[in-house]
Design a protein around this ligand. Structure first.
Ligand SMILES: Cc1cc2nc3c(=O)[nH]c(=O)nc-3n(C[C@H](O)[C@H](O)[C@H](O)COP(=O)(O)O)c2cc1C
Length: 190
């Protein structure tokens, strides 16, 4: 796809997993997304983004593990909507690629945490825009029960799970929510 930067930015959509095709993506495509993520800006060069890529069998195994853990937590009385647990399992089974987004805090904590989370978000945006240029759909999912999944992803004390990034071919276009006018969010000073 040959789009300019303005077109790419506006074409990027949060395409829900059920609107993505199940078709596998070539490994080079996933490498390209990760390579571009790795070029996000980063204060003090902490490069705080970490990724875990699941496809095929590993992804389906993960779908069951996540679902079983959530069932256990529900049985223990945690406030998790069972339908959301089911929806997450279906999403994991259906999307061709799952990239787990992890934040790795600078051990020396030289900069505020928010700056590093901002850097991870910029890495995600790089992947998302790259997916758009390749004609692919993507989605960043952050269910409220995410911290309960830490044990599955072996999230260490200096890390945080920031969500699931789904990528795949677009089976059905998802409409844009649009945006309010930027002028209502901007103050100009002359
Ligand atoms: C940090 C972050 C987390 C998000 N988490 C969710 C989520 O858990 N569920 C969801 O439906 N959308 C999630 N979204 C996507 C937004 O819903 C989506 O960006 C918004 O609806 C605007 O649509 P667009 O991105 O296609 O313009 C998330 C977006 C961001 C930036």
């Amino acid at each position: 796809m040959d789009l300019n930067i303005n077109e790419i930015i506006k074409k990027r959509r949060a395409t829900p997993p059920k609107f993505l095709s199940k078709k596998e993506l070539p490994e080079e495509v996933i490498h390209q997304l990760l390579e571009n993520a790795n070029w996000a800006p980063t204060h003090k060069n902490t490069e705080p983004w970490r990724f875990k890529v699941y496809r095929g069998k590993s992804k389906n195994k993960l779908a069951s593990e996540v679902f079983n853990l959530l069932q256990k937590k529900i049985a223990e009385g945690k406030a998790i909507n069972p339908q959301k647990a089911e929806k997450l399992k279906t999403a994991l089974e259906n999307v061709p690629v799952l990239i787990v987004i992890v934040f790795q805090r600078d051990i020396a904590q030289r900069i505020p945490e928010w700056e590093e989370i901002a850097a991870v978000s910029m890495a995600v945006q790089n992947m998302w825009l790259t997916a758009t240029t390749l004609g692919l759909g993507a989605f960043w999912a952050t269910p409220h029960f995410f911290p309960l999944l830490n044990e599955i992803f072996e999230i260490g004390p200096t890390q945080k799970l920031l969500g699931f990034f789904y990528v795949g071919e677009i089976a059905l276009d998802y409409p844009s929510t649009g945006r309010g006018e930027v002028e209502t969010k901007t103050e100009w000073y002359q």
